[in-house]
Every structure is written in structure tokens, then in C-alpha cells.
Design a protein around this ligand. Structure first.
Ligand code: ADP
Ligand code: MG
Length: 600
């Protein structure tokens, strides 16, 4: 038997290893920004072309590298930051693995220019497939510039895995934001396709938050500051009433490293306790600083997780720091005229309608679509059911069963129905009885309506007299901007208003809803992970979200007219028996089944 094992050539081994570190343009952005921070830069510029697919460049005014280091930095495990394993527990730098530049050089074309401050000439080095292809001395500004071109040019399979520019750019913005929030004393700018999208002066953390999140945040912040021997907690949390429906705006840093920790997030949210509307998430930028010997950052290659030697203590500290901050804030609440009415109404999204809201909805289009098709005289005839006998007697006996049973119902022109537990509509059919779930039925009706609007005519718009302002996270701004035409098709007219704000000028005319901002937030959240090119899938998702949000809820009273109209609309659906999420919309009971039960 011939030998079958061979050692991989270096460039292939490098490409494989690079997969751990560089998954997408945003991973390179993170690594390069962190290197610039580690180099002591006070000014860092990020330049992006084509969502980082053709170029990611980071220019810093840090300490630079001498000629020898400039070549060596691209070797695997080349680092100036640790020397022995114990150093891992003394780490003050962002990087330490010595893998980033080696990985980048394995999967992209790299151009490095660097000059230490005490030297006149710098060095320019170009690499391809981890091999130096050009190296000359050059005149360049002190510090370092690294450009990474054509990511995955030599691994086409991985290039194909990249998502749409919108999605990749969002990941980049997130990484940029994390580093920018962690280091407010450094000036940052970000230029995408020649346009400066961020220009952040050095300043305090509060100034940085306002710079990146938008000026509306200035009045939303509560300061947190708690110092102990073991750890310090500092930063800002959002006032309870500014909490959002999504977790997008939560930033936790440990020794200036952005981390994700469901456990510590829990500590923060529980500290708010009843102050938060149900199902909403507070904004926070929290810095936890402690002796590096208490943590192990060697957990995950992309280093967003971290181990503490005693995470219960950290949990307790954070919780009490937040409670303390909130208590001080509520003892002396600042005058605040910025309470966003749409967010105060968040409850309304998750709870059934109140009588008032129902009344309000009645005067709107939702009710109209229910009643338009019906004449008043039919209400009385079947709503006064004297007994079960009457119920059966009104059956449309002569109707022939059609392939879709609902059609048969409508043709009969006499829909007898009964509201059960404000959730089910019992309706008589030619061969028995049907229990329709009102919420699922209405969702299906609306889903088909919104979905059809993609092809046919757009949903009519009701213009608002007083347009509502909608604020987004900075990383969501371009995403929301890009789906404005789609939202318009669905009846939502949004106008870009600069600095992460939009004006909602109009909403779907036939479907009033008391919290359009929450709906738009949901849609944004839905499509964030939409795969590039799968436009149809994301449009369908949008229609589903709108249907869920606009449909009448279980537990809501319906008049006979409303029920009849709903049944009519359901019967006109392409798919009237199974909900778009796969659940049945109604249950059918044949008369024969009933007869069997009673032995008649
Ligand atoms: P690590 O950051 O884990 O050490 P990297 O591959 O990111 O590994 O970088 C390797 C080395 O190259 C760093 O340890 C540092 O000495 C040097 N280096 C990288 N980027 C810069 C920069 N922008 N300025 C100065 N030195 C740098
Ligand atoms: Mg590094």
C-alpha cells in the first residue's frame, strides 16, 4: 500500500488556519483596528471599498515597525505581545496570538507601509499567498498603513460565502463601533466607497456614545460608576423608557475588549426589574475593568467570550452597580421632554387590545375592511341564537361541497357564526362545523395581501399629519435606508433625515397600528441575516412580520360582521387551511363525527 499521508504546503495550511481568524471583511477590520490601538495610535482611519470585499485599509499614527519586524509580522505566531504562557494573564493589549496578519496575508493581497517615528524612511511591502512580492523603502507618514485587497481572491469557495454588501457593511460597522466605543480617547474615522461615514473626535465616553449613536442619546443616559478593589464598573445605561424591542444596543467591554455574555447581560437586565416594559431591552455601554489575572481571554479565536475566575462576583457587582445608578436616577429624575411616545406604548404591541384601542381601531380602516361587504340586516338574524336547534336550522343545506370548503360557505351567502372565548369563530358548513382561529386566520389573510403587493399594486398609504421620527443604531442606518423602497411598497413611507434618523411620513391606510416604529424595528431585525441574493425570501419574511403585527389578536372581541368578513377574506386566500408558519387555521368537525359521538 502506497503512503497516503503528506504534510500540507505552507500556503494551504495558512489558508486553512486563516479560516479561524478571518471569516469575513469585518474580521479583518477588527484585527487591523486592534493592531492600531495596540500600537498606541491616537488617530485611526478605516477605509473600505465594496463592503471590504475589494479593500480594507487601516491607517494609524502609532509606533510603526522597523524593517525586520515589518517582514516578520506576517509569519504565523509572530507577535510582540506575549513571550511566555504566563503573559496571557497579564495581557494589556487587544492582540496576543500573532495570527491576524499571517491569516490576512494568506487569503488576500496585502500592502504594508510603516515607519517608526524616529526614522526618516519607511518600508513598503507587498504580499500575495503569504509570500513577499515586493519590498522597497518609501517616504510615508509615521505609523502604519495596511491594506487588504480582494479578500479570498485565492479561495473562491469562501468568497462565495460572503453575504450582500449591506450585510457585510453592517458587520464592519459593528466592529468599528465596538473599537470606537472602547477607546474614546482615540480619534477614528471610517470612509466607505469614498464617503466619510464616521468622523469621531477624541473625547469622553459620553461624547463618543452621542457621536456614534446620535444626539438623541444625550438625554437618555444614566451614568454608572462603581469602583472596588476587585473590579471597576463604569459607563452608561439607557433610561428605562428608552428600551427597545431588540437587543441591538448592548455593549459590554471587559478590559476594553467587546464581549458577548448572556450571563452578564442577564445581570444588567434583572437590575432594571419592573422598570422595563416586558420584552424590551435596555441600551448600555458598560466597561468592566479588572486585573487581567482574574480573566482568561484565551477562549475563542475571535475573542468575544471570556472566562472570569469568579463570574458570580462579577454578576453581583454589575447588578448592584446598575441598581445603584438607577436608584440615583429615579430619586432625582432629570427633566426630559424626549419621552418617545411610540416606546411608551410598547405594551400595546404585546398585549391584547383594550376597549379603548378597540374603539380606536373601529374608526379606522381595519374595521372598515371587515364590514364593507355586509349589510346590516344580517347581523340580527343569526346572532340571536335561541338554542342549538336554531343553530343547525340555519345551515345552508343545499350547498354542494366545493374542493375548498370555504368557497362553499361563501356561495351560500348565509354565514352563521358564533364567537367562542373571543378566540375561535365557530361556523357551520354543509357537512358539519368549523372552528376558525381568529388570529391565525387574519394573519394568513394579511400575509397574502402584503405578499401580493410585491407583484401587484402597492399597499395604499395614509399620510401622517405629524410624521414620527425613527432612530436607528448607526450600524442599521444604511440597512434601513436600503429597504425604504420595499417598505414603501408595503405602505410605510420613510424619509431619510440624516444622523441615523428617519421620518415616518405614511403608514398602511387600511391597517392602522399604534406602534409603527416597533414594526419597522421588527422588520429590520428580521432581514439582518437575510442571505445575499435571496431577495424573495426576505420579502416574504417582511410580509409575515407585517401580518403578525397587524392581525387581530386572540382574546379580542369581534362583531358578527367582522367575523363574517374575516371568513370571506379567508375563503379568498390561496391557502386558507394552513397558516404560513405551518399551523392549522381551523379545525373541521364533520357532522358524522358528532353523530358517532352521540350514537345517533
Ligand atoms: P498580535 O496582534 O496578536 O500580536 P498580529 O498578527 O495582529 O498579532 O500582529 C503581529 C505583530 O505585528 C504585532 O504583535 C505587532 O508587533 C506588529 N503590528 C501589527 N500591526 C501593527 C501596527 N499597526 N503598528 C505597529 N505594529 C504592528
Ligand atoms: Mg493583532
Amino acid at each position: 500500500m502506497p503512503n497516503s499521508i503528506h504534510v500540507l504546503p505552507a500556503h494551504i495550511a495558512n489558508q486553512i488556519a486563516a479560516g479561524e481568524v478571518i471569516q469575513r471583511p469585518a474580521s479583518a477590520v477588527k484585527e487591523l483596528l486592534e493592531n492600531a490601538v495596540d500600537a498606541g495610535a491616537s488617530e485611526i482611519r478605516l477605509i473600505i471599498e465594496d463592503a471590504g470585499k475589494s479593500l480594507v485599509q487601516v491607517i494609524d499614527n502609532g509606533k510603526g515597525m522597523n524593517a525586520e519586524d515589518a517582514v516578520r509580522c506576517f509569519e504565523r505566531h509572530a507577535t510582540s505581545k506575549i513571550g511566555e504562557i504566563e503573559d496571557l494573564f497579564r495581557i494589556k493589549t487587544m492582540g496576543f496570538r500573532g495570527e491576524a496578519l499571517a491569516s490576512i496575508a494568506a487569503v488576500a493581497q496585502v500592502h504594508l507601509k510603516t515607519r517608526p517615528h524616529d526614522q526618516e524612511l519607511g518600508l513598503s511591502i507587498e504580499l500575495e499567498n503569504s509570500i513577499v512580492t515586493a519590498s522597497t523603502s518609501c517616504t510615508c507618514s509615521a505609523g502604519t498603513s495596511i491594506s487588504m485587497k480582494n479578500l479570498f481572491f485565492n479561495v473562491p469557495a469562501r468568497r462565495n460565502f460572503l453575504k450582500s454588501n449591506i450585510v457585510e457593511l453592517r458587520h464592519i460597522s459593528e466592529e468599528f463601533l465596538h473599537v470606537a466605543l472602547a477607546f474614546p480617547e482615540i480619534a477614528f474615522s471610517m470612509i466607505s466607497n469614498g464617503q466619510e461615514v464616521h468622523h469621531l473626535e477624541k473625547g469622553t465616553l459620553k461624547q463618543r456614545i452621542v457621536q456614534v449613536m446620535g444626539s438623541s442619546y444625550a438625554s437618555r443616559l444614566v451614568q454608572v460608576e462603581e469602583k472596588t478593589d476587585y473590579l471597576n464598573v463604569s459607563g452608561f445605561i439607557g433610561k428605562p423608557e428608552t428600551a427597545r424591542k431588540t437587543r441591538g444596543e448592548q455593549f459590554l467591554f471587559v478590559n476594553r475588549r467587546f464581549i458577548r455574555s448572556a450571563y452578564l447581560q442577564h445581570a444588567i437586565v434583572t437590575a432594571y426589574e419592573e422598570l422595563l416594559p416586558q420584552g424590551s431591552f435596555p441600551f448600555f455601554v458598560l466597561m468592566i475593568d479588572l486585573d487581567p489575572s482574574h480573566i482568561d481571554i484565551n477562549v475563542h479565536p475571535t475573542k468575544q467570550e471570556i472566562k472570569f475566575d469568579d463570574d458570580k462576583i462579577v454578576y453581583a457587582f454589575i447588578k448592584s452597580a446598575i441598581r445603584h445608578a438607577l436608584a440615583q436616577f429615579s430619586i432625582a429624575p432629570a427633566l426630559d421632554f424626549e419621552l418617545d411616545p411610540s416606546i411608551q406604548q410598547l405594551d400595546a404591541v404585546s398585549k391584547p387590545f383594550t376597549a379603548d384601542q378597540q374603539q380606536q381601531a373601529r374608526s379606522g380602516g381595519l374595521y372598515k375592511t371587515f364590514v364593507d361587504h355586509h349589510q346590516a340586516h344580517r347581523i340580527e338574524s343569526s346572532s340571536n341564537l335561541r338554542n342549538w336547534k336554531d343553530f343547525f336550522d340555519t345551515a345552508p343545506k343545499e350547498t354542494v361541497a366545493a374542493p375548498i370548503q370555504m368557497d362553499a360557505l361563501i356561495e351560500s351567502k348565509t354565514i352563521s357564526c358564533l364567537h367562542i372565548q373571543k378566540t375561535y369563530i365557530a361556523v357551520e358548513t354543509s357537512d358539519g362545523l368549523r372552528l376558525i382561529h381568529q388570529q391565525l386566520a387574519h394573519q394568513q389573510v394579511l400575509f397574502e395581501k402584503f405578499n401580493a403587493a410585491w407583484e401587484g399594486s402597492p399597499i395604499p398609504i395614509q399620510r401622517s399629519l405629524f410624521p414620527q421620527a425613527i432612530h436607528t443604531a448607526p450600524s442599521d442606518e444604511s440597512l434601513l435606508d436600503s429597504i425604504r423602497p420595499d417598505l414603501l411598497q408595503m405602505g410605510y413611507e420613510l424619509e431619510s433625515f440624516g444622523k441615523q434618523s428617519f421620518l415616518l411620513n405614511g403608514t398602511p391606510a387600511d391597517h392602522p397600528h399604534e406602534n409603527s416604529a416597533a414594526i419597522i424595528e421588527m422588520i429590520l431585525e428580521d432581514i439582518k441575516d437575510a442571505t445575499a441574493g435571496l431577495h424573495a425570501a426576505y420579502r416574504e419574511k417582511m410580509a409575515k412580520t407585517l401580518a403578525r403585527k397587524h392581525a387581530i389578536r386572540a382574546g379580542t372581541s369581534m362583531s358578527l360582521n367582522e367575523m363574517q368578513s374575516l371568513i370571506e377574506q379567508l375563503s379568498a386566500c390561496k391557502q386558507s387551511n394552513v397558516h404560513f408558519d405551518g399551523r392549522p387555521i381551523y379545525m373541521h368537525i364533520e357532522l358524522q363525527q358528532l353523530n358517532d359521538v352521540f350514537g345517533s
